[in-house]
Design a protein. Structure first.
Length: 149
């Protein structure tokens, strides 16, 4: 899995300058769970907590990263976009921004991949959570589409 997660890091650094500024990095990927982290420093607001836009970006990119890694694991080169997003901010984040996305069940991943191979496009729903001090701070849900290049 390391080679695939390294591809995600390379993509981020090559194509998304905001990611570099945020210092967002892949902390962990094991095929089932993706964790992206960023330090508070470059993502801080005037209240000395994580900026809402940074929290949104970390969450959206963690799910985007999961979709990307699943397509890479299946040898698919495609365009990928977020098509819908919903976020709830429940409490401030006073430390590192750490988002966790769990992969959907394997049957759902296989259906997503099969639909893309059949139609040249497919959508999948993914979610990410950010906790702080042991409690849920941010809950994110998004829909991601992959399209033939």
């Amino acid at each position: 899995m390391k080679n695939v997660s390294h591809k995600l890091t390379e993509f981020f650094h090559a194509h998304l300058p905001l990611i570099r500024h945020m210092e967002l990095e892949v902390e962990h990927y094991d095929g089932d769970t993706l964790v992206l982290c960023a330090p508070l420093g470059p993502n801080i607001n005037d209240k000395l907590t994580a900026f809402g836009g940074s929290l949104y970006n970390v969450a959206v990119m963690t799910c985007w990263g999961m979709a990307y890694l699943k397509t890479q694991e299946h040898g698919i080169e495609c365009n990928q976009v977020v098509t819908k997003a919903n976020i709830s901010y429940m409490s401030p984040v006073r430390g590192a921004l750490r988002a966790v996305c769990k992969a959907p069940p394997e049957a759902e991943i296989e259906a997503f991949i099969a639909k893309f191979k059949q139609r040249g496009k497919a959508k999948i729903d993914l979610s990410a959570k950010i906790t702080c001090g042991g409690k849920l701070a941010v809950d994110f849900a998004g829909q991601y589409a992959i399209l033939s290049e």
